[in-house]
Design a protein around this ligand. Structure first.
Ligand code: URA
Length: 433
C-alpha cells in the first residue's frame, strides 16, 4: 500500500477500504507517514468527506491504536458521559455523583481542556489535594467501593487520535463530522464503559451551531457506539449562552457544589437531572428516562448526591472541607465589574465571546504548555431574558493579573446585547437521539 495513492483516492472522492484506513492510522501513529502526507489526507477527507463505513473503520482503528480499558472487574452496567464542549459546562461534576448515588457505577476518564476553560480534570484539580492520576487497580477498587471515580485520561488511550487531533488543530481540519465523531468515539469506546450518554452542544458557543448539524453529529456518534455494542444515547442541548452563571475552573466547581446542595442555577440543575436520568436508565436502574429523572431528583433532594461527591473527593485525596468552605479554593486577587449602560432585557450573551474572555482572564489554555489560573473566570449576574436597569451588574471578571482581567472585561462587555423586548427563550433540550 502507498500513502500517496490513498491520498489521491480520497482527493478524487473515492471510498477507502478498512485496510487503507488501518494503514493510514497505524503509519501515522508509528511515524512512518509524515505530517505533510497526513495533512494532505486530512484535507482530502475534509473536502470529500467519509461515508458511514469509512467513519466506523477510522473510529475502530483509532480505538485500537492504544489500550482498551477492561472494566469487567466492576459489577453492573458502567455508564460514561461526554459533552462535545461548551462554555460553563460543569455537568460531569454534578451528573456523576447523581448517577452514582442511584447505583450506576461511574468509572470515567476525562481530559484537560484547550480553549475556553479547563477540562473536567483541570476543574477537579481546583480542589486542594485532588488527584487525577490514579493507578488502574485503585481506580477500579474505588468504583467498587463508592461507585464513582473520575481520573485523567492516560496517553495510552487512542494515541492515534491524540496525534491526529493535534495535526487537525493546526491544519484547519477539525471541523468535519466524520473526524469529530471518530475522534470522540474512539476515546469513549477505548475507555471501557458499557453505555455512553453524549451531550451534543448546539449554538454559538459550540462546534455545531445549528440543530441540523448537531443532529447529524449526534446520530453518527450514536451509530458508532451502538455498532460497537455500547448502548449510546445523544442529547442535543442549547449552547447559545453559557451554561449556568460560572465560567472558569474554581467558579465552576463551586457552582457544581451549589447545584448538588439544591441551590444551583435553573438551567444547570435541569440539564444535570435530565442527563443523570438518561444515565440511570442506560445503566438499567430505571425502566425509562422519566423514572431516571425522578430518581436523580430524589438523590438531589435527599442530599445523597452531595454525600457521594464528598466520598469521591475524599477517595481521590481532595480536601472535602471545600464543600462547606469555598475560601479553600484558589483565590483571585483582582476583579472587575461589568455594568449595564441601559435599561431593558438581556437579549443575548454570546457564549463564544464569554468563553474567550474567560480564557484571556487566565481560565483556559491557548496552547498545551500554558498554565491555568484556577481562580480566574467570569460570573454572570444576569442571564438571557433577565430584566436590567442601567448600572446593574451584568458580570464580574476574576483573576490574578490586572491587565488580563481588564482585557477580559472589555471582551466580555461585547458579549452582552441589551434589547427593549424580552427575548423568546431557547429550548434547553433540543432533541434526544
Ligand atoms: N473533541 C474531540 O475529542 N475531538 C474532536 O475532533 C472534537 C472535539
Amino acid at each position: 500500500m502507498n500513502m500517496s495513492d490513498i491520498i489521491g483516492k480520497k482527493r478524487n472522492g473515492e471510498t477507502l477500504s478498512q485496510e487503507e484506513i488501518d494503514y493510514v492510522v497505524a503509519g501515522y501513529t508509528e511515524g512512518s507517514i509524515p505530517d505533510y502526507q497526513m495533512s494532505a489526507w486530512l484535507m482530502a477527507v475534509y473536502f470529500q468527506k467519509m461515508n458511514r463505513e469509512e467513519t466506523f473503520h477510522l473510529t475502530r482503528a483509532m480505538k485500537h491504536s492504544g489500550d482498551v480499558i477492561d472494566l469487567s472487574g466492576i459489577d453492573g452496567v458502567k455508564v460514561d458521559k461526554h459533552s462535545t464542549g461548551g462554555v460553563g459546562d460543569k455537568t460531569t461534576l454534578i451528573v456523576a455523583p447523581l448517577a452514582a448515588a442511584c447505583g450506576v457505577p461511574i468509572a470515567k476518564m476525562s481530559g484537560r481542556g484547550l480553549g475556553f476553560t479547563g477540562g473536567t480534570v483541570d476543574k477537579m484539580e481546583a480542589i486542594p489535594g485532588f488527584q487525577t492520576a490514579v493507578e488502574a487497580d485503585r481506580f477500579i477498587e474505588q468504583v467498587n467501593t463508592i461507585g464513582l471515580s473520575v481520573i485523567g485520561q492516560t496517553a495510552h488511550i487512542a494515541p492515534a487520535d491524540k496525534k491526529i487531533y493535534a495535526l487537525r488543530d493546526v491544519t484547519a481540519t477539525v471541523d468535519n463530522m466524520s473526524l469529530i465523531s471518530s475522534s470522540i468515539m474512539s476515546k469513549k469506546l477505548a475507555s471501557g464503559s458499557d453505555a455512553i450518554v453524549l451531550d451534543v452542544k448546539c449554538g454559538d458557543g459550540a462546534f455545531m451551531e445549528n440543530l441540523e448539524d448537531a443532529s447529524i453529529l449526534g446520530q453518527m456518534m450514536v451509530d458508532i457506539g451502538n455498532g460497537d455494542k455500547k448502548k449510546t444515547i445523544a442529547v442535543i442541548t442549547d449552547m447559545n449562552q453559557p451554561l449556568g452563571q460560572a465560567v472558569g475552573n474554581s467558579l465552576e466547581v463551586i457552582e457544581a457544589i451549589e447545584t448538588l446542595k439544591g441551590c444551583g442555577p435553573a438551567d444547570i440543575q435541569e440539564l444535570s437531572l435530565i442527563l443523570a436520568g438518561i444515565m440511570i436508565y442506560a445503566g438499567g436502574k430505571a425502566s425509562n428516562r422519566e423514572e431516571g429523572y425522578e430518581m436523580a431528583k430524589a438523590a438531589l433532594d435527599s442530599g445523597a448526591a452531595l454525600e457521594k461527591l464528598r466520598q469521591f473527593v475524599e477517595a481521590q485525596g481532595g480536601n472535602a472541607a471545600v464543600i462547606e468552605d469555598y475560601s479553600l479554593f484558589p483565590q483571585h486577587t483582582c476583579q472587575r465589574e461589568l455594568r449595564s449602560s441601559q435599561d431593558g432585557f438581556v437579549g443575548k450573551i454570546a457564549a463564544k465571546a464569554i468563553g474567550l474572555a474567560s480564557q484571556h482572564a487566565g481560565a483556559g489554555r491557548a496552547t498545551k504548555e500554558d498554565t491555568i489560573d484556577l481562580s480566574a473566570g467570569i460570573y454572570l449576574h444576569k442571564k438571557v431574558g433577565d430584566s436590567v436597569c442601567s448600572g446593574d451588574i451584568l458580570a464580574v471578571i476574576y483573576g490574578s493579573d490586572e491587565e488580563k482581567v481588564e482585557k477580559s472585561a472589555q471582551e466580555a462587555e461585547k458579549a452582552f446585547v441589551i434589547t427593549p423586548e424580552k427575548p423568546k427563550p431557547e429550548l434547553l433540550i433540543k432533541k434526544i437521539i
